[in-house]
Design a protein around this ligand. Structure first.
Ligand code: SF4
Length: 688
């Protein structure tokens, strides 16, 4: 009716699930969400969304939302006023700082919060506590990709836009279950493959949807992508198929790099990866025939001990073949959370100030110290992952965690629980009483993305605004206000009235955001960083120069070290990844009845061969044990996996969460846990 439609409010927002960054209008009446309507001008998605963006919003009105601060009272929590809770947080953090120094506290920013909130979190750590102990969950996902790109081309982000992926002649997708993890982006690849004759090579352990569609599917032994990538690059060089003028004009370090490739013969690669020489030569041929190639990758590459090196090998291959700096080319580490790119971009990192300015650089430090009237240590702080060892060693005494379900998304949940127990003080800010929040001394109820303003950065480095769709749920507050209130209780004099003022400050201190202003981001407008001071943005990087002083890319020599494994008595390999319908541990999607009814529980995929060998059928209950823990889960016999490789969705919490099995091995450079390198054994518990 007319009455009804006049009360309908339409607000632009950006999806809070994956890093594709779909934007849409949300139609609401009060707190009721009527419709999600993507727009033709939605820059990343046009008129598409996936099931999560379309239907995954019920959590905002969940009865389980926290609506009052909680203070620990023995084994339980009691409700408290904001005044009391914030005073207590400030008092406790001050005590710990006075007693042990600011480096005794770890700050974790949310990768689902806004850029402005990530910026404030790192400013709180550095200005108020004088520590670089601040990080975000990119440590758990794409930090190794960032390392690989920094080593070779200079910017830690996708080198072009989603449109460039669509335009490529050849897409190589490594360790990415794109159809389920980045659905709308996968749709573009599927369309280009069908309509434009785009070729697709997929390398994965698992025969997922994209693998089935691929022109060529590679199934390397776990953790050996670096070997076939390097061998194919060497083969291209041996054949003289490299882009000689690109290498001559735009790349340095060629001689040393070529030398480092010597061990990567086709014979060695066949042996190490289990992929035949003929198949690898076919890969090289397809690359040679393609005019423009992009490489996409995700956790199947980065969550390995060789995550940074494999990401580097990807970039080396792109450089040797001249596939940077033109439309339809480049490197695309696909970002997981809606704002995991932005949380890193805006400085919630232990070694970088906003805009990837290193804390180790005295000029950079001086700029921030002058602006913030403080002293910033030159040594990088502890990150999300190493802070856990920090707690174990007694160095970290307190943590302030915003919106991160550390217990279930960090590697080795049992270890993490033990460490959180030891903290003198833990404050957790979240929408729900998460498993992590259960260890807190103070829990602060945050507002959801629909209830606040700010900006996110998607996987294309695209900065997009979100507007307030509905007022904050009574009792909750936006993170930026909470962080500001805590800072001011500790003597800071912050006076931000709106997130736009935080962005202004971040832009004034970070060259890559120099021209970012809220006016340029109105409605569906967006900017892809780096943004020059005149407001010109950068949909495509490296057209003329790479991001190094001499403008040249750097080929980076690599060695292959077989993955360390401590689990000799474990005969099976366990892999894990996403389901389309759920997001991570499911704190949000499991609270959506529509989604939950569709995919209620978890399972382990077992290959038909292994099922036969062990007498297993779908529905059987099994115990899976690793060096770190043990879970019970039901079997799904599936030809998506083969041989002795198992697969579990990571979207499960409680007793069957996969991170009860994952361990403490990590990438030595980025410190990302090797979630995908887990040795396990499996025992049948009961029949059907
Ligand atoms: Fe949200 Fe990603 Fe789905 Fe787009 S593809 S609607 S950003 S979860």
């Amino acid at each position: 009716s007319k009455m009804r439609s006049s009360r309908i409010k339409k607000t632009k927002t950006v999806c809070t699930y994956c890093g594709v960054g779909c934007s849409f209008e949300m139609w609401t009446m009060g707190r009721e969400i009527l419709k999600v309507q993507p727009q033709p001008e939605s820059p990343a998605n046009g008129i598409s969304t996936c099931i999560k963006g379309k239907f995954g919003w019920d959590f905002v009105n969940s009865k389980e939302r926290l609506t009052s601060p909680l203070i620990r009272d023995g084994e339980r929590f009691r409700r408290a006023t904001w005044e009391e809770a914030l005073d207590l947080v400030a008092k406790k953090l001050r005590e710990i700082k006075d007693k042990y120094g600011g480096d005794a506290i770890e700050f974790i920013a949310s990768s689902k919060g806004t850029n402005e909130e990530a910026y404030l979190m790192q400013k709180l750590a550095r200005q108020v506590f004088g520590t670089n102990n601040v990080d975000n969950s990119s440590r758990f996902c794409q930090a190794p990709a960032t390392t690989g790109l920094w080593r070779t081309v200079g910017y830690g982000g996708d080198s072009g836009s989603i449109q460039d992926i669509y335009m490529a002649d050849l897409v190589i997708a490594i360790g990415t279950n794109t159809a389920e993890s980045h659905p709308v982006l996968a749709t573009r690849v599927k369309r280009a493959h069908k309509l434009n004759g785009q070729k697709l090579i997929v390398s994965d352990l698992r025969m997922h949807e994209m693998a089935r569609r691929a022109d060529l599917f590679l199934h390397p032994k776990p953790g050996t992508d670096i070997v076939w990538l390097s061998a194919v690059t060497k083969y291209i060089l041996d054949k003289g198929w490299e882009d000689k003028s690109f290498i001559r004009e735009r790349v340095s370090g060629f001689e040393d790099y070529v030398k480092s490739l010597e061990p990567f013969t086709m014979e060695f690669a066949e042996e190490a990866t289990g992929i035949s020489k003929e198949t690898l030569m076919k890969v090289a041929n397809m690359i040679h025939e393609a005019k423009n190639m992009v490489i996409l990758w995700a956790m199947g590459v980065t969550q390995h001990q060789a995550g940074s090196d494999t990401s580097t090998a990807i970039s080396n291959l792109l450089l040797i073949t001249g596939n940077y700096g033109r439309h339809g080319t480049g490197a695309y580490p696909l970002r997981g959370h809606n704002n995991v790119q932005g949380a890193s971009d805006f400085g919630a990192m232990n070694a970088y100030l906003p805009g990837y300015q290193p804390v180790s650089d005295p000029t950079v430090r001086k700029k921030f110290e002058d602006a913030w009237h403080c002293t910033i240590p030159e040594k990088p702080g502890l990150d999300n992952n190493t802070c856990l060892e920090g707690i174990m060693n007694g160095k970290i005494r307190a943590m302030y965690v915003v919106g991160e379900e550390l217990v279930e998304t960090g590697s080795d949940s049992n270890f993490i629980r033990d460490q959180l127990e030891k903290l003198d003080f833990l404050v957790v800010e979240d929408l729900f009483l998460s498993e992590t929040a259960k260890y807190a001394d103070v829990v602060l109820p945050a507002s959801a993305s629909l209830e606040k303003e700010g900006t996110f950065v998607n996987t294309e480095r695209r900065i997009q605004r979100i507007y307030e769709v509905m007022a904050p749920l009574p009792g909750t507050r936006p993170d930026w206000q909470i962080i500001q209130d805590i800072a001011n209780r500790l003597g800071a004099r912050w006076n931000y009235g709106h997130p736009s003022e935080i962005m202004e400050e971040a832009a004034s201190l970070s060259p890559i955001f120099a021209g970012v202003r809220y006016e340029l981001l109105e409605g569906f407008k967006s900017l892809q960083w780096p943004v020059r001071s005149d407001g010109k943005d950068s949909p495509l990087l490296y057209e003329k120069e790479f991001n190094f002083p001499d403008g040249k890319a750097r080929l980076y020599p690599l060695k292959y070290n077989p993955p360390l494994s401590s689990g000799l008595e474990f005969d099976l390999h366990l892999n894990n990844g996403r389901l389309l319908e759920h997001f991570h541990e499911g704190n949000e999607t499991y609270k959506s009845p529509g989604i939950r009814s569709k995919v209620p529980g978890t399972f382990v995929e077992v290959s038909p061969d292994l099922a036969k060998e062990r007498g297993l059928e779908t529905g059987d209950l099994v115990r899976i044990t690793s060096e770190y823990g043990s879970i019970k889960v039901s079997v799904l016999v599936s030809d998506r996996v083969s041989g002795k490789e198992l697969y579990m969705p990571m979207n499960a919490s409680g007793d069957s969460a996969v991170n009860l099995l994952t361990g403490r091995l990590m990438d030595p450079t980025a410190h990302t846990p090797a979630y995908k390198e887990v040795s396990v054994r499996l025992e049948k518990i009961t029949g059907k």
